[in-house]
Design a binder for this molecule. Sequence first.
Ligand code: PMP
Length: 360
Amino acid sequence: TGRPRPAITDLPAYKPGRSAAAAEADHGIRDAIKLASNELPFGPLPTVAGAISSGIEQIHLYADHGAGQLRSDLARFLDVDVAQVTVGAGSAGILQQICLSYCSPGDEIAMCWPSFEAYPVFALLVEAEQIRVPLRDETFDLSALAAAITPATKVAFVTNPNNPTGTVVGTDEIVAFLDAVPSTCLVVLDEAYNEFVDDPRVTDSTRLLDDHSNLVITRTFSKAHGLAGLRVGYAVGHPDVISMIDRTLVPFAVNALAQRAAVASLAAVDEMRERVATVVAERARVRDALRTRGWTTPDPQANFVWLPVTDAAAELGVALERQGVVTRAFPDVGVRVTISDTAGNDRLLAALDASGVTPR
Ligand code: PMP
């Protein structure tokens, strides 16, 4: 079987959220819903579906590796130069490219924790040391993170909103962090859930790029745009950083149908925002219903809510799943639940009531 790298034999593969079908088979139930991967509860917009269908005629041809149309549309949308934008196979693909482009074995990658579970996978992949700083009040602690950065730290992840807690830090705090971090450390502002934020302390982070050439912002078409199955993410930063990220893109990684869908979705940004507003309104309703029932939940700013139930997390996850509501339990930490449509959210609330776990 060959000789795999020791770093890879030690590497646990990324574990995606459980499917509804797996829960149905395990518990002998029907009509399970998956609220485990922070997906949008809506299918494609008609113009996006149309762009994908008409693209089928061309699938014998390679995609445009440089994604020229999508990059220039993104540059116009973000009001930046086209050399400041690139796309990759999901923002996870871009985060992996960033680690490949910036970290050698023994370098450090800093993050607060718990956060997005792919970061440790990418750190192990490039044989970088992880510096994990605990969250404070379920939120990124940027002063502690800045204090933990050393000359060997090549990448620092700032996840805003954070996954799995859904909390945000204000843009002022990010500016102070950037001012405190040496320019030898690339600050990766992971904004996968940016479009769902309604906290006024968070303003447009792309405006920080002019003064901070070691900042790169990543976003995605998977969440607000509802294109998780197609794998398109993007990065915005200094042209030199973008050029370094581009060097580790697998040839034609963003496929032709995904590029077409992303272009169409960007052209339908008003409809996208309407759908996001629907999710944000449901999020407020679920947050209030949870608090009324006695559950503690930090202010949710992404398309999910976080129940920091600590040692009851595994039990609560299984109790919900038995009732056909598949969530993401982080044993001994908490349970993360994706905001769905009204019917899905009502099922969650009913399943929580019947879970047998006391609200805390
Ligand atoms: N960043 C964060 C914080 C996430 O939660 C996710 C998805 N779970 C991603 C990045 C990656 O998403 P995608 O690759 O679909 O763009």
